[in-house]
Design a protein around this ligand. Sequence first.
Ligand SMILES: Cc1cc2nc3c(=O)[nH]c(=O)nc-3n(C[C@H](O)[C@H](O)[C@H](O)COP(=O)(O)OP(=O)(O)OC[C@H]3O[C@@H](n4cnc5c(N)ncnc54)[C@H](O)[C@@H]3O)c2cc1C
Length: 470
Amino acid sequence: MADQYDVIVLGSGPGGYVAAIRCAQLGLKTAIVERELLGGICLNWGCIPTKALLRSAEVLNHMKHAASYGLAADNIRADLDAVVKRSRGVAKQLNQGVTHLMKKNKITMHMGTGVLKSPTSIEVTGDKGTETISAKHVIVATGARARDLPFAKADGNRVWTYRHAMTPKELPSKLLVIGSGAIGIEFASFYNDMGADVTVVEMLDRVVPVEDADVSAFLEKALTKQGMKIMTGAGVESLAVSANGVKAKIKAKDGKVIDGDYSHVIVAVGIVPNTENIGLEAQGVKMERGFIQIDGYGRTGAKGLWAIGDVTPGPWLAHKASHEGVIAAEAIAAELGNKDVHPHPMDRANIPGCTYCHPQIASVGLTEAKAKEAGYTVKAGTFPFIGNGKAIALGEPEGFVKTVFDAKTGELLGAHMIGAEVTEMIQGFVVGKTLETTEAELMHTVFPHPTISESMHESVLAAYGRALHI
Ligand SMILES: Cc1cc2nc3c(=O)[nH]c(=O)nc-3n(C[C@H](O)[C@H](O)[C@H](O)COP(=O)(O)OP(=O)(O)OC[C@H]3O[C@@H](n4cnc5c(N)ncnc54)[C@H](O)[C@@H]3O)c2cc1C
């Protein structure tokens, strides 16, 4: 039987739907298979609805500090139901946007659960029954789900995953967050701003452990100042869940076991790829800890079978998934004879990471410690927001920008920021890193005044002993 499609994409998250659009743009007959909601975790249960929640918390915070801006606001309170409703509305709007994009690009949607029958055919079971569809190429983009703790299975009542935490029926009075990666810290920040009493427990010796150590230290201080309890080097050993709450045994840094009572617990200890029960084993695909191993273009090694996004090695971020989707689509088009596409393999060194807590965090490239570990002689510079006019005018003087350079060549190795708007600024350094910039070009770059981005310039100058405003 002839293939129905050139490409079928299994999963419609930011990896899958972007791959499908790029395939369609390149003239490939394309289908997408989705068992739940178009847009995947990112649009429906991840990046976007959390940012909507965090925006409400940010506005609430500004309102609480109205007096410091010369404004009066009385009787300020949050309506949790309305906050959640707004977040769900934003997710729904984007889900509908993806449906529109699929139609606009003439991508056929097969709604149902897909299982690979061969590297290039998929059995889809949905409301309308079961059908088998085939293509010259298949891209697996089935994403990931929350990792459970064996002794802390989420019940949606007292023990929550991110899905429950995004649609709370009540505000936790006393919240325990297990894990201080981006997801854990964002929810901790949201609920703290909303008025919950929040404790964060982190196994490693610092919060947001993938970030530069200076950023972790600054964040811990800021969150503590906001009223959060932070326990690092600590582990939750057991949870006893009752109708009224959760009793937790937490082994603290000093080895002492502390008993704590909480109304709710959020488990945010990482993700598990959705790579079971989709027929991968039979296709001879190489897996490690459940993640599909791929080359720089998304090839799995099984002819015609590709993988992108959270099912492949990290970082597990939406923009990484989308970028891999574009690369795989172009590599497939090239294999099918398109001579006008020239895909580049994924460069994992230049993928930015952002955490939208309060204060925000953004980074790209090597931390100072990782750069030293990699054998570089390092020049690092830090510029605090307190020396930046715009940050002070905005009433946001908390934060800094740190840049890390190879002392021998001047190559920008990494940039690390914490403070207001840094998630919008990091892209300046990402472009620089992608263009393999050195300190000289960054110093020659004119930054607009007054902007917080001037701190980026100043941090580069600081690395070379030339900062102007400290
Ligand atoms: C709370 C939270 C906040 C986040 N915030 C950010 C952020 O701010 N920035 C960022 O970059 N990343 C963020 N992420 C991570 C981001 O959501 C993921 O990296 C991204 O969604 C991965 O995209 P993907 O396309 O690989 O998979 P997913 O988005 O997981 O999509 C996979 C899709 O495949 C479908 N599927 C799975 N199995 C099958 C099957 N057998 N048949 C049919 N369909 C199937 C699923 O239903 C799903 O729709 C966040 C994640 C969470 C949980």
